[in-house]
Write a protein that binds this ligand. Structure first.
Ligand SMILES: [Zn+2]
Length: 245
């Protein structure tokens, strides 16, 4: 290791910078917009099928209404023809009596068909509003999804620019700390999250354990540039003017 006591202080700066980068990454990953967008996408898929289903139902019922209307019209036309023939009075008394009977039966048939038409029209109206509602919900959900996506994009771009700004000072710090110490730092950081901690009022700033008298005595006698490790957590323990040794 190079004999330069200030590089350990630069190591603390590097640790603080890396902690900030980790926090920024974590914030980008844990934005509430991620979960909201995922749930809106699921909702939108369900609304897609609802739109298809309700539109199909509406189409089917519109056809049923046209058919029911046509059925009623056929009976009306037939009755109209019968009435004209009856009024013209052409044919035998038996024929005219037959027409009279048919008109009565057509009137009953028409009433039944009109009831059926009314019923299918009501169902068509219900289907119409269900289809409109599904389309409206689909549109609103799409709109909300687009808003959330652009908000998330802006938040991530902002975090990304903060990250770039913080990271811009990193190369210089790595250089100042030196490759050997950075290599040790990286190894510890890989499994402990943080690798360097200040010795603060006789305690390790990483795990907060107070150092024993023997250990503190040894530290007091160590060279300024000796790399010390916390006996409890293994982090690199950096002495600062506030360390109390
Ligand atoms: Zn510790």
């Amino acid at each position: 290791m190079k004999a330069d006591p200030t590089r350990q202080l630069r190591l603390l700066e590097l640790q603080s910078l890396d902690t900030t980068l980790t926090q920024l990454n974590h914030r980008a990953k844990s934005l509430p917009e991620h979960a909201e967008i995922a749930s809106l996408r699921t909702a939108l898929e369900e609304l897609d099928s609802a739109v298809v289903r309700t539109s199909t139902e509406r189409g089917d019922l519109q056809r049923e209404v046209r058919k029911a209307d046509n059925d009623v019209q056929l009976v009306r036309d037939r009755a109209e023809r019968d009435r004209k023939r009856l009024e013209a009075g052409v044919g035998s008394a038996k024929d005219l009596q037959g027409l009279q009977h048919e008109l009565e039966s057509l009137a009953r048939r028409q009433a039944v068909l009109e009831d059926a038409e009314l019923e299918v029209m009501e169902r068509a109206e219900t289907a119409e509003s269900a289809a409109e509602q599904a389309q409206e919900q689909h549109m609103q959900t799409e709109q909300r999804l687009a808003e959330l996506q652009s908000r998330r994009e802006a938040l991530i771009a902002d975090l990304e620019s903060q990250r770039a700004e913080v990271a811009s000072g990193r190369a210089e710090l790595v250089e100042a700390v030196g490759a050997d110490l950075v290599a040790l730092y990286d190894r510890i950081r890989a499994h402990s999250g943080t690798a360097a901690a200040a010795l603060v009022r006789r305690s390790c700033g990483g795990c907060n354990m107070e150092l024993g008298a023997v250990e503190l005595g040894r530290i007091a006698e160590a060279d300024d540039d000796e790399v010390l490790r916390c006996e409890d957590c293994g982090r690199i323990l950096v002495r600062t003017p506030e360390s109390g040794v």
